[in-house]
Design a binder for this molecule. Structure first.
Ligand SMILES: Cc1cc2nc3c(=O)[nH]c(=O)nc-3n(C[C@H](O)[C@H](O)[C@H](O)COP(=O)(O)O)c2cc1C
Ligand code: SF4
Length: 695
C-alpha cells in the first residue's frame, strides 16, 4: 500500500553534523542483556532494527574504562582495542541496511560497582557507592583523574570510529554518568574550577563534547544525551532552571541533542503511570534554544502523534526505545502504508526486566526480541508451512492467539475454540484495571492480524470436551486454557493452605474480583505474588471507596516490580491514596472479622480488623482438558492426532510475555525433532570456543 501522505514528513532526511539520517526515526540507546557478553546476539538484534527502517540505531550504554564496570549488569564495553571487533559486528549489521550506527560512551562513576575489575569507583566527591547498598565508596577525582578520564573518553571515541560508528555520544542522562554527577549540585561539592557555579559544574561536559568533536568530529556526529529534568524538584536539575541553562550555554556545541527526563524510572515510565508523549512538557523548550536537531522520547507508537511532535516544533527526530523493541519494523510499516500492522508497545517494561536480571532482552509484544541470532527468529519473516498439519487451539488468550496468528501466517489451517464469549483471556480482563488499558494491545494486534487470515477461524462460546477434541479432525492439538488464582493462600511464603481461607465466604481471589465480585467493608489484600496485581487490586478497591490494607511477606509492596522500574511509584501511589501497607507480614489466619498478621522475622502476631480478604498468591494451571486427553499414543493415533501440547499458563503460569513467547515458539518449532540438545545457539567465551574436551 502507498504511504499516507500525512506521514511524508517522517521520511525526510535530516543532517546531523557530518552525517545524514535517511528519515526521522531514531532508535535511542537501550540495553539488552547481551552487550559485551553476547555480541552476535546483540548485532543481529540491532541489524533487524536497521532493516525495519530506523535511520539511526544506537547501542546501549558502552562503558569506556575498567573503572566504569557495572557488573553484574551486561552492557557494552569499550575498554581497549580488544572490544572493537564485537562492536564492529554491530555497526556492520546496522550499515547493511543503510542506517547510521550510534554508540553511547559512558563512564558510570559512582554507579559503577567495579565488582569485576576491582578498580576504585570515581566521583566528583567522596561519596558512598550508588550501586545498591554496597559497603564501599567512590573517591573524589583529582584534577589529574579528570585529565585521565578525558583521555579515556577521547580514546574510546577514536576506537568507536574505528569500529564503524557514525554518531558518538557524550552521555549525561539518567544520573548515571560522570558528567551528570559533576552537573548535579547534590553530588558535586568541589571547590575547584569543576564545582560551585553551574558554569563550573558543566565544565566537564563541555570539555568532553569539545574533546570528542576534536577527536572524531570530522566524520562522526557528536551527540549529547542529557536529562533536562530529574523530577526531584529543587534537589535536582529542573527543565526550566539548570536544565534549560545547560542547553542554552552549550546550544550549538554538539551536532545533536538527545533529551529526556531522569532517573531511568521517570524516563521509561510504564503505561500505568504515563501516556504516550509524556515527556513533551519537559523537553519542548529545547528546540527554541538550539538550531541543532533534537531527539526526544515518549513511547511513541502513533504516527499522528509523531507528525504532531515535528509539526509543532517539539522534536526533529522521533526517538524510541520500547516502540522499536515491540516493533522493529515500525518505520517500514508506516512507510508501506501498513499502520494497522504496527505491534504497539504496551508500556509494561518487561523489556527492562532482562537488564535487571542480566539476561537477554524479552518483550511482551514481540516474542522474537532477543532471539534474532540464537534462534534465528525474525519479527516479520516466518518460514512457510512444511506439511499437511491442521490445528485445533483450545483457548484464545495471549498464548493461543499468538500461536494461531503465527501458524496462520505460516499457511496452516487453524481453528481456535474459546470457551467464553470474549477473546484475549487474562489480557482482556486485566486491561480493565486502572492504568492497564494499553495492555489490550496484546489481544488487538493479534486479532487484527488473524482477521486478515482466511485460514484461521475462531469459535467463541465453545467449551470443548475431550471427545469433541478427538472428533474434531485436527492433526495437532494445542491447549492454551490458561490458569486460575488459588483461593487457599498457598504461594511462596505459605506452602500449606492458610487457616480460614477456604472456609470463609469473605475470601476473594483475583479471578473473583476480575469477574465482578465486590468485597465490602474493610479489606485486606494479601500479596504473596509480588508483581503488579496485588497492589493494583488494592488501588482499585480503594478507588471504589473501601478501607484497604495491603499485607505482604516481602520487604516492600509489589517487590518484583523493581525489575520493571515501577516499585517506587506503586508504593508511593498506595500510600498517597490511603492504602495502609504492612510489609514483612504474613497472614496466618482469617475468619471474616479479622486477619491475624505474623511478623516474618519475630513471628509476633497482631490482629487487623477486616471484613473481606483478597488473596493474591499463586495460580493453578487449568489442566482438566489435558488430563482428559491423556489417552496414550494409540488412542490419539486412531483419532488422527499427531501431538497434543499445552502452552503458556496452562502448562506453568507466568507472565503475559512468557505466554506469548510460548505460543510463538510452538508455532515455529512444533515439528522439530525431539532431541536433548540445547534449543538455541550459544556464544561461548572466545578463549575456549571450539576446543573439545576429551577427559
Ligand atoms: C530496556 C531498556 C534499556 C534502556 N537502556 C538505556 C541505556 O543503556 N542508555 C540510555 O541512555 N537509555 C536507556 N534506556 C532509556 C531509553 O533510551 C529511553 O530514553 C526511554 O525508554 C524512553 O523512551 P521510550 O518511551 O521510547 O522507551 C533504556 C530503556 C529501556 C526500555
Ligand atoms: S516489553 Fe512491554 S514495554 Fe517493553 S517494548 Fe515490549 S511491550 Fe513495550
Amino acid at each position: 500500500m502507498p504511504r499516507d501522505p500525512r506521514y511524508d514528513l517522517l521520511f525526510e532526511p535530516v543532517r546531523i553534523g557530518p552525517v545524514v539520517a535517511k528519515n526521522r526515526f531514531y532508535q535511542v540507546p537501550h540495553c539488552n542483556g547481551m552487550g559485551y557478553a553476547r555480541p552476535h546476539g546483540h548485532a543481529a538484534m540491532r541489524g533487524v532494527k536497521a532493516e525495519g527502517g530506523w535511520a539511526v540505531v544506537s547501542t546501549e550504554e558502552v562503558d569506556i574504562h575498567p573503572s566504569s564496570d557495572i557488573s553484574p549488569y551486561i552492557e557494552g564495553r569499550l575498554w581497549d582495542d580488544h572490544d572493537i571487533p564485537a562492536l564492529a559486528l554491530v555497526t556492520e549489521a546496522i550499515h547493511r541496511h543503510g542506517a547510521l550506527a550510534a554508540i553511547e560512551l559512558v563512564h558510570a562513576g559512582m554507579n559503577a560497582s567495579n565488582l569485576y575489575s576491582r578498580e576504585v569507583s570515581l566521583a566528583p566527591d567522596h561519596v558512598p557507592s550508588a550501586a545498591g547498598y554496597a559497603p564501599s565508596q567512590a573517591r573524589a577525582m583529582t584534577r589529574s583523574d579528570i585529565r585521565a578520564f578525558r583521555r579515556w573518553h577521547r580514546e574510546a571515541a577514536l576506537r568507536a570510529r574505528r569500529a564503524g560508528f557514525n554518531i558518538i555520544y557524550v552521555y549525561a542522562g539518567h544520573g548515571l554518568s560522570l558528567p551528570m554527577h559533576f552537573l548535579q549540585s547534590r553530588h558535586n561539592h568541589r571547590t575547584d574550577e569543576y564545582g560551585g557555579s553551574l558554569a563550573n559544574r558543566m565544565r566537564l561536559l563541555r570539555e568532553l563534547i569539545e574533546d570528542t568533536k576534536d577527536a572524531v568530529g570530522l566524520n562522526c556526529a557528536v551527540a549529547v544525551r542529557f536529562a533536562v529534568d530529574e523530577m526531584r524538584g529543587a534537589d535536582g536539575i529542573e527543565a526550566q532552571l539548570e536544565g534549560r541553562e545547560v542547553i542554552e550555554r552549550l546550544a550549538e556545541l554538539p551536532d545533536l541533542w538527545d533529551v529526556n527526563v531522569s532517573d531511568w524510572s521517570n524516563d521509561s515510565k510504564t503505561s500505568r503511570f504515563a501516556p504516550e508523549g509524556y515527556q513533551e512538557e519537559f523537553v519542548r523548550f529545547v528546540k527554541t534554544v538550539t538550531t541543532k536537531p533534537v531527539v526526544g522520547v515518549g513511547r511513541f507508537t502513533s504516527p499522528d502523534t509523531m507528525v504532531s511532535q515535528i509539526r509543532r516544533g517539539v522534536l526533529d527526530f522521533i526517538g524510541a526505545a520500547r516502540p522499536s523493541i515491540a516493533d522493529p519494523f515500525l518505520p517500514k510499516k508506516i512507510e508501506n502504508g501498513e499502520v494497522d500492522d504496527i505491534r504497539e508497545c504496551i508500556g509494561c517494561n518487561i523489556c527492562v526486566t532482562g537488564d535487571y536480571t542480566m539476561t537477554p532482552i524479552r518483550c511482551t509484544q514481540n516474542p522474537t526480541m532477543g532471539e534474532e541470532w540464537r534462534k534465528g527468529w525474525h519479527p516479520e519473516a516466518i518460514p512457510p508451512r512444511r506439511g499437511d498439519d491442521s490445528f485445533l487451539i483450545v483457548g484464545a488468550g495471549p498464548s493461543g492467539l499468538e500461536c494461531a496468528r503465527l501458524l496462520g501466517r505460516r499457511g496452516y489451517s487453524v481453528h481456535v475454540a474459546e470457551a467464553g464469549e470474549q477473546l484475549g483471556g487474562r489480557v482482556t480482563v486485566e486491561s480493565r484495571l486502572p492504568g492497564l488499558a494499553a495492555w489490550a494491545r496484546v489481544r488487538d494486534y493479534r486479532l487484527n492480524q488473524i482477521n486478515k487470515l482466511p485460514n484461521v477461524e475462531i469459535f467463541r462460546g465453545s467449551h470443548v470436551t475431550p471427545d469433541q477434541v478427538l472428533e474434531f479432525g485436527a492433526t495437532r492439538i494445542v491447549l492454551a486454557t490458561g490458569a486460575r488464582w488459588r483461593r487457599d493462600g498457598v504461594g511462596r511464603y505459605n506452602t500449606r493452605p492458610i487457616p480460614g481461607f477456604e472456609q470463609c465466604q469473605r475470601v476473594f481471589s483475583p479471578d473473583d474480583l476480575l469477574n465482578g465480585a465486590a468485597p465490602s467493608g474493610r479489606v485486606v489484600v494479601f500479596d504473596d505474588d509480588h508483581f503488579y496485581l496485588g497492589a493494583l487490586l488494592a488501588e482499585k478497591l480503594r478507588a471504589d471507596g473501601l478501607e484497604v490494607c495491603l499485607v505482604t511477606p516481602a520487604e516492600r509492596a509489589s517487590a518484583w516490580t523493581v525489575n520493571t522500574l515501577e516499585q517506587y511509584a506503586i508504593q508511593k501511589r498506595l500510600l498517597k491514596i490511603g492504602v495502609r501497607v504492612f510489609t514483612n507480614r504474613n497472614v496466618a489466619q482469617f475468619d471474616g472479622a479479622g486477619a491475624t498478621l505474623e511478623c516474618t522475622y519475630t513471628e509476633r502476631r497482631e490482629t487487623l480488623a477486616a471484613d473481606s480478604l483478597v488473596t493474591v498468591t499463586a495460580r493453578l494451571p487449568n489442566t482438566e482438558l489435558a488430563e482428559g486427553l491423556d489417552l496414550g499414543a494409540e488412542a490419539l493415533a486412531a483419532a488422527g492426532i499427531r501431538s497434543i501440547q499445552s502452552i503458556g499458563d496452562c502448562l506453568a503460569p507466568s507472565t503475559i510475555a512468557a505466554a506469548v513467547y510460548a505460543g510463538h515458539r510452538y508455532a515455529r518449532e512444533f515439528d522439530w525433532p525431539d532431541t536433548d540438545e540445547v534449543p538455541f545457539q550459544r556464544e561461548l567465551p572466545a578463549s575456549i570456543a571450539g576446543r573439545s574436551h576429551s577427559g
